[in-house]
Design a protein around this ligand. Structure first.
Ligand code: GDP
Length: 295
């Protein structure tokens, strides 16, 4: 995860640590390298620039040049800022409501169906939760089948209605089914498209308005870099979602999405997907991720 970025940041900060006497020039050079590393990781230019400006301000404020271990202090400042950029504290999901309704949104292929299963499995492991998965993709029968396969695998019930072409009605019937059958969490998987389009946005917005979920989660493939950030913005404008799920962080992602998304949509990353298996789900902890990036 983020090997390239880690390496580059390590190198950038190493230069500073290696110098006998630290000067303003070294600090400036280091920050330039840090910014370059962020840009290479696909972090938006403005975010990278603001980031290094904040680090610089903090470094000056802490009189980095006169401290005993300026290199270590710089690493700490960069780490703190990176944590802040990715969201500060970890944020859980809202499990209020009877049942709790969780609406999944995102493009086709982002990992919605897989994550719906992972989340159901995760909640089921907390003994008090009995989730129900609801299949609301009325365009791709294969997507409904896929959710059933996932449900069978984790032993979680799936509600679907293949003849029905109204996703709002299916979502509502799914919630009613949950109430009748003692499910206290309903996870609604919806149809995505390959790119943001109006019909998809209208549909997900209609479902959202009709069912008033406790949690609306936006799922995005971290491998799509800056596009991930643009898609997040488009969905957030329509849904004002509660949190982001960043999938495929096990792949060769450059990390830009993880670092930029919070500051663009101002919504926390709540979970990450780290593989295709149902167990490959982690709560997102910004500070742990910053530790990982900075080695
Ligand atoms: P959906 O169209 O949004 O429902 O996406 P799917 O859940 O069908 O996922 C699309 C593809 O991505 C599938 O092949 C999944 O196995 C894969 N996938 C989903 N999440 C992850 C992940 O965290 N890591 C990896 N490596 N693959 C994933």
């Amino acid at each position: 995860m983020f090997n390239n970025l880690s390496e580059k940041l390590d190198k950038a900060l190493h230069v500073l640590k290696g110098h006998g006497s630290i000067t303003e020039v070294n600090v400036a050079e280091t920050l330039k390298e840090v910014r370059r590393a962020l840009l290479d990781a696909d972090v938006n230019f403005k975010i990278a620039k603001e980031f290094t400006n904040r680090v610089k301000e903090k470094a000056l404020g802490a009189n980095v040049l006169t401290t005993l271990q300026p290199g270590q202090l710089m690493v700490k400042i960069v780490k703190d800022e990176l944590t802040e950029l990715m969201g500060g504290d970890a944020t859980g999901i809202n499990l209020s409501g009877a049942p709790t309704v969780i609406l999944m949104s995102g493009l086709q292929g982002s990992g919605k169906t897989t994550f719906s299963g992972k989340l159901a499995n995760f909640l089921k492991s907390k003994k008090t939760k009995k989730p129900l998965l609801v299949a609301c993709d009325v365009y791709r029968p294969a997507a409904v089948d896929q959710l059933h396969v996932v449900g069978d695998q984790i032993k979680v019930d799936v509600y679907s209605d293949k003849g029905n072409t109204d996703p709002v009605a299916i979502a509502q019937a799914g919630i009613a089914h949950a109430k009748e059958n003692g499910h206290n969490v309903v996870i609604i998987d919806t149809a995505g498209r390959l790119a943001v389009d109006e019909a998809m946005m209208t549909e997900i917005s209609n479902i959202h308005t009709a069912i008033q979920p406790q949690e609306t989660l936006f799922v995005v493939d971290s491998m799509t870099g800056q596009d991930a950030v643009n898609t997040a913005k488009a969905f957030n404008d329509v849904l004002n979602f509660d949190g982001v799920i960043l999938t495929k962080l096990d792949g060769d992602t450059r990390g830009g999405a993880a670092i930029s998304i919070k500051s663009v949509v101002n919504k926390p990353i709540k979970f990450i997907g780290t593989g295709e298996k149902m167990e490959a789900i982690d709560i997102f902890y910004p500070s742990r991720m910053a530790d990982r990036i900075l080695g």
